[in-house]
Design a protein around this ligand. Structure first.
Ligand code: TXE
Length: 488
């Protein structure tokens, strides 16, 4: 692990196995941190936060350090992408694209570091000068899931460091290897020891110690909503702010006026590209009734061509599920959908194709005849399982799409700009894509409506999640301080 600039083992001396989802076998040993290790990491981050080496830097100098981190990640992006694919089983094309793009988050927030400015308030009380300071919060704890390990950590780390905070990073127990591989980069970039710390281990063993730690100023969490609720409760007990990104049940809505070819490709990639293991998976396809049957036919034709296999091979199009429990959860939802009366028109079980080894593969699965109240239409599966539902009018589409406890993202396929704008206004989702799906950028805010969470990552305002505003008053007249017992 990385604590106070030192590479250390867990204090327990224990390790746990990280599995390669393609082979179903362990491929790495990860230190199993204890609450005592969390204490050490937070103490190191707190000391770094107080240190002259970090707090004494100008914001411009901090920005330059982030630029160096960006360059070092860029130089190792392909290697890091390979590690992520080996650890989480998502396609090399996707993980490498993520690790190659990740430096841009550090560059974007590097540029913002010295643009955090206080304000001079035109105060209504004569004889006072009042201004504000934008100050960092302190130690930020980042709890990250396994589906996009480095990217989701970077989305938190880049703005947190740019604003002058220090950082304790807990990767998922299913995908810690890339975080540990990144550990050397921070010292190489010239970051003072303790500014970034990495502790690896199980959420149920060290999560509370981290979230409830008195010296952690804020928690940034991405993960499932059940775990998010636990983290939120612990944070509430200690009156700590949190940001939460908790997944979704995103709708991809195809209108009759859309380019059907594009929509088919967009819906296929929205659900199968990451084997459905993305928070923005377009797991509900809402199709206008007039084109429903033709859409389904074309969709199945394309989906059937998906090549499953080793995610490290560039020709593979659908990889395994990252973890065994997740594999079982996905199969469980397929059974529930069948029991509740949905019609399985593709896949519908474990994939037993040649060459898949012992990996945790699920066939790309499609259900038609899904109604909005079915569990498959309401709950996050986080696997390659699509529910297709017909709709009649624009208002129908909106009602079905918004009938969800989640609100992370939505896709709209239409050639009508007026309709696209109406959907953009009325869909209850933090991101709405039109005639595209799953694009992101450091420049554009990302986050959830409703149970998909709160707080935003990326974009200009994301850095404000990591500062607090201090109001400073100065008496300017030099007059005698009035009698304290006379109310003015
Ligand atoms: O994630 P968890 P899991 C959804 C998806 C998936 C479900 C469960 O539906 O099926 O969540 O996945 C840490 N205190 N998403 O169980 O538990 C844990 O160690 C503090 C959506 O793998 O949410 C890991 O680092 N931390 C999602 C992180 O929380 C705790 C991405 C996320 O794990 C903790 C992944 C505790 N008590 C899954 N318990 C998305 N939004 O993209 C666990 N953790």
């Amino acid at each position: 692990m990385l604590i106070g600039g030192e590479r250390v083992d867990a204090s327990s001396g224990e390790w746990f196995e990280s599995f390669n989802p393609y082979t179903g076998k362990p491929w790495a040993l990860i230190p199993r941190a204890t609450p005592a290790d969390v204490d050490r990491a937070v103490a190191a981050a707190r000391a770094a936060f107080k240190s002259k080496a970090w707090r004494g830097l100008t914001a411009t100098a901090r920005g330059k350090l982030l630029l160096k981190i960006a360059d070092l990640i860029a130089a190792r992006a392909d290697e890091l992408g390979r590690i992520e694919t080996t650890d989480n089983g998502k396609l090399i094309l996707e993980m490498r694209a993520q690790t190659r793009y990740l430096p841009e988050w550090f560059r974007y927030f590097a540029g913002l570091a010295d643009k955090l400015e206080g304000r001079v308030i035109p105060i209504d009380r004569p004889g006072y000068f009042n201004f504000t300071l934008e100050e960092p919060l302190g130690v930020i704890a980042a709890i990250v899931p396994w589906n996009s390990p480095l990217m989701l950590a970077g989305w938190k780390m880049a703005p947190a460091l740019a604003a002058g905070n220090t950082f304790v990073w807990k990767p998922s127990e299913h995908s810690s290897v890339s975080a540990l591989e990144m550990a050397s980069i921070f010292a190489e970039a010239g970051l003072p020891p303790g500014v970034v710390n990495i502790v690896t281990g199980f959420g149920n063993e060290i999560g509370d110690a981290l979230v409830g730690h008195k010296d952690v100023a804020k928690i940034c969490f991405t993960g499932g909503d059940a775990t998010g609720a636990l983290v939120y409760q612990t944070a509430a007990k200690h009156i700590k702010p949190v940001t939460m990104e908790l997944g979704g049940k995103s709708a991809n809505i195809v209108f009759a006026d859309a380019s059907l070819d594009n929509a088919v490709k967009g819906v296929v990639s929205g659900i199968f590209a990451a084997t459905g293991q993305t928070c923005v998976a377009g797991s509900r396809a809402l199709i206008h009734r007039s084109i429903h049957d033709e859409f389904v036919e074309r969709f199945l034709k394309l989906a059937r061509t998906a090549k499953m296999g080793n995610p490290l091979e560039e020709t593979t199009q659908v990889g395994p599920i990252t973890t065994k429990p997740q594999y079982q959860k996905v199969l469980g939802y397929i059974d529930i959908a069948k029991q509740q009366g949905a019609t399985c028109v593709l896949g519908g079980g474990p994939a037993k194709r040649p060459g898949l080894g012992d990996g945790w593969f699920v066939e790309p699965t499609v259900f038609t005849g899904v109604t909005p109240e079915m569990r498959i239409a309401q709950e996050e599966v986080f696997g390659p399982v699509l529910s297709i539902m017909p709709f009649d009018t624009d208002d129908d589409a909106l009602a079905i799409a918004n009938d969800s406890i989640y609100g992370l993202a939505a896709g709209v396929w239409t050639a009508n700009i007026g309709r696209a704008l109406k959907m953009a206004h009325e869909l209850e989702a933090g991101t709405v894509w039109t005639n595209t799906y799953r694009v992101s950028s450091p420049l554009s805010p990302f986050g959830g409506y409703k149970r998909s969470g709160f707080g935003r990552e990326s974009g200009l305002l994301a850095i404000r999640e990591f500062v607090q505003e201090k109001s400073v008053w100065i008496e300017t007249t030099g007059a005698d301080t009035p009698n304290p017992f006379v109310i003015r």
